[in-house]
Ligand binder design. Structure first.
Ligand SMILES: Cc1cc2nc3c(=O)[nH]c(=O)nc-3n(C[C@H](O)[C@H](O)[C@H](O)COP(=O)(O)OP(=O)(O)OC[C@H]3O[C@@H](n4cnc5c(N)ncnc54)[C@H](O)[C@@H]3O)c2cc1C
Length: 362
């Protein structure tokens, strides 16, 4: 494949933009990981009624003859034919710091931007922004309050906050590691976080909200019951994988690993309670995660509180092996003077900031 490098627009300088960091082309991989002996390729059928497959892991801008020759060297692909050759893409965008957090442009009132035009790459990123820009365009026309999701309410909140406040210098991808509230932003509580907001603007029907409220009141009821109920030593011996020395509150016992709510519900005092599987699951998660959620909250507050901390000039980020490569690269280049400045750099995640703070003795 190297034979074609000088005709590859990504190598010969015809394309100058930065590509998506997380989807490198095969020529990039050949260059950066020259010592590797294998490269994995996935062959994905394009549909039920076609013999076409998508060669995942082979994104390339090499000349077509080279692509064909390379493919045919893979055992099993000796007779493969290419329907459409791989091609290179170059990203162009408007810096998203020119947007409000509603995705309305600051310069032209009533014009909303969503998706790749804002510097992102990815289907989900585009869809999430499209949803929010659509919602806010309608709110704007109806003269109603805009809808802005917070960082601790939704990954969409993290994505848009990152974009409009930090901007981006390369195609932006949303990663869960960019969020400081990862344990709060779970899929099992998405309805709790977002259905009331959806309902308020007419996107969720009454029935859906009622179902949620009904479920929440059951969760409250069961949580109260678990706080009040004590598990006896006998019950613990027969039903739980856990030996206890004295009567213990169910809510406390539930915090132990290996103890699950289903077993607790079979103990004598709770045997006759009837709750749906979903209520049981959500209640259990609520108890088991409570300690971690509190810790997450404290950690997020700490990052905010310590944002004034100064970073020594010429700080050597390459020594911080616990930090992602992306962050080390960007921090070395941008040389922020404070934690607050470091936090504003796109791609530097809250956990990377924690690593930095630890190194600075905080
Ligand atoms: C080869 C390739 C592979 C990819 N693989 C993945 C992947 O595996 N996973 C992933 O998540 N993402 C992937 N992406 C990225 C993802 O496809 C895009 O980031 C996403 O589709 C962008 O959506 P969008 O709505 O912002 O823009 P687009 O989907 O580009 O939509 C913009 C639309 O605007 C139209 N338009 C442009 N100008 C005008 C005009 N003047 N008037 C009217 N209409 C206009 C265009 O025709 C187009 O339909 C891939 C992209 C490429 C190119």
């Amino acid at each position: 494949m190297r034979e074609g490098f000088e005709d590859s627009p990504m190598y010969n300088g015809n394309i100058t933009g930065l590509g998506p960091r997380y989807c490198p082309s095969i020529e990039d991989k050949i260059n950066r990981f020259a010592e590797r002996e294998r490269h994995q390729i996935f062959v994905e059928p394009e549909g039920w009624d076609t013999i076409e497959v998508y060669v995942n892991g082979f994104s390339t801008s090499l000349p077509q003859e080279i692509q064909t020759k390379a493919l045919q060297q893979i055992p099993g692909f000796e007779n493969a034919k290419i329907f459409r050759p791989g091609y290179a893409i170059e990203y162009d965008f408007f810096q998203p710091t020119q947007l409000r957090n509603t995705l309305e442009t600051k310069h032209i009132q009533g014009l909303f931007f969503a998706g790749q035009i804002n510097g992102t790459t990815g289907y989900e990123e585009a869809a999430a922004q499209g949803l929010m820009a659509g919602i806010n365009a309608v709110q704007y026309i109806k003269n109603e309050d805009p809808v802005v999701l917070k960082r601790n309410e939704a990954y969409i909140g993290v994505l848009i906050d990152d974009l409009v406040n930090r901007g981006t210098q390369e195609p932006y991808r949303m990663f869960t590691s960019r969020a400081e509230y990862r344990i709060t932003l779970r899929q099992d509580n998405a309805d709790e976080r977002l259905t009331p907001i959806g309902h308020k603007i007419g996107l969720a029907e009454n029935e859906r909200l009622d179902q949620l409220l009904n479920q929440q009141s059951k969760i409250e009821e069961l949580s109260g019951l678990l706080e009040k109920t004590s598990i006896t030593v006998d019950d613990s011996l027969t039903l739980l994988n856990e030996e206890i020395k004295e009567k213990t509150r169910a809510s406390k016992l539930l915090l132990r690993t290996g103890v699950d709510l289903n077993a607790i519900m079979k103990t004598s005092s709770l045997l006759n309670c009837d709750y749906s599987e979903e209520v049981l699951q959500k209640t259990e998660t609520r108890f088991k995660y409570s300690v971690y959620i509190k810790r997450e909250q404290e950690q997020a507050e700490k990052l905010q509180r310590l944002s004034y901390v100064k970073i020594p000039e010429n700080f050597d980020y390459t020594q911080l092996k616990a930090m992602s490569m992306e962050s080390r690269e960007k921090l070395s280049k941008e040389k922020p003077r404070t934690i607050a400045e470091a936090q504003k750099i796109s791609g530097v995640s809250p956990s990377d900031i924690s690593v930095l703070l630890i190194h600075l003795g905080r």
